[in-house]
Write a protein that binds this ligand. Structure first.
Ligand SMILES: Nc1ncnc2c1ncn2[C@@H]1O[C@H](COP(=O)(O)OP(=O)(O)O)[C@@H](O)[C@H]1O
Ligand SMILES: O=C(O)C1=C[C@@H](OP(=O)(O)O)[C@@H](O)[C@H](O)C1
Ligand SMILES: [Mg+2]
Length: 165
């Protein structure tokens, strides 16, 4: 059975919503960030600090390519859209669902950009990251869920309602 893949900005809710969605559908939950951390045996921020953004994206790619599952919700990291090969693999696994959240709301939620592990170019602000990524999230998604002003339960319902039969 097909999987559902959640994409979107850091702080969009991929990990928190993904686990609840999986539970209500009877699916398995996978967070690609945890796959990376287990393979590398260290935290995301430590990897990014050590090898830099570009090589982190390759580490992320290899971790995602190792995911071969069915009937699962896959929460990805926000930077997953930067490697086309990574996204091709995820597309093969299932529907790509973009959790769309306004910049203002992301800014409210993400107040630890230097420690929560964001793959961003030197000198870039969170706004630069947002503006650069939005079109990529939209390009790869086949389902877009507007998440502003909605609680977790409402978003889970919207995702379930959006799934093609
Ligand atoms: N719909 C929502 N409304 C308000 N806060 C939310 C919502 N979804 C997630 N959050 C909060 O945003 C933060 C980041 O969520 P997280 O699932 O870690 O995002 P991601 O995995 O996309 O980076 C968490 O503190 C979470 O409680
Ligand atoms: O957006 C990013 O650059 C990243 C987001 C993180 O995941 P979340 O989106 O779950 O925070 C994680 O994959 C990594 O540290 C890079
Ligand atoms: Mg997450």
């Amino acid at each position: 059975m097909k999987n559902m893949v959640l994409i979107g900005m850091p702080g969009a809710g991929k990990s928190t919503i993904g686990v609840v969605l999986a539970k209500t559908l009877g699916f398995t939950f996978i967070d690609s960030d945890l796959v990376i951390q287990k393979r590398e045996n260290r935290l995301l921020q430590e990897i990014i600090d050590d090898i830099g953004m570009e090589r982190f994206l390759d580490v992320e790619k290899e971790a995602v390519l190792s995911i071969d599952v069915s009937k699962s919700i896959i929460a990805t990291g926000g930077s997953v859209i930067f490697r086309n090969e990574t996204m091709k693999h995820l597309k093969k696994l299932g529907d790509i669902i973009y959790l769309k959240v306004s910049y203002e709301e992301i800014e409210r939620r993400v107040n630890n950009i230097t420690t929560r592990g964001i793959a961003m170019a030197k000198g870039h602000t969170l706004k630069d990251v947002y503006d650069q990524r939005v079109e990529l999230y939209e390009k790869y998604a086949n389902i877009v869920i507007d998440c502003d002003d909605k609680n977790l339960e409402e978003i889970v319902k919207d995702i379930k309602d959006s799934i093609p039969e």
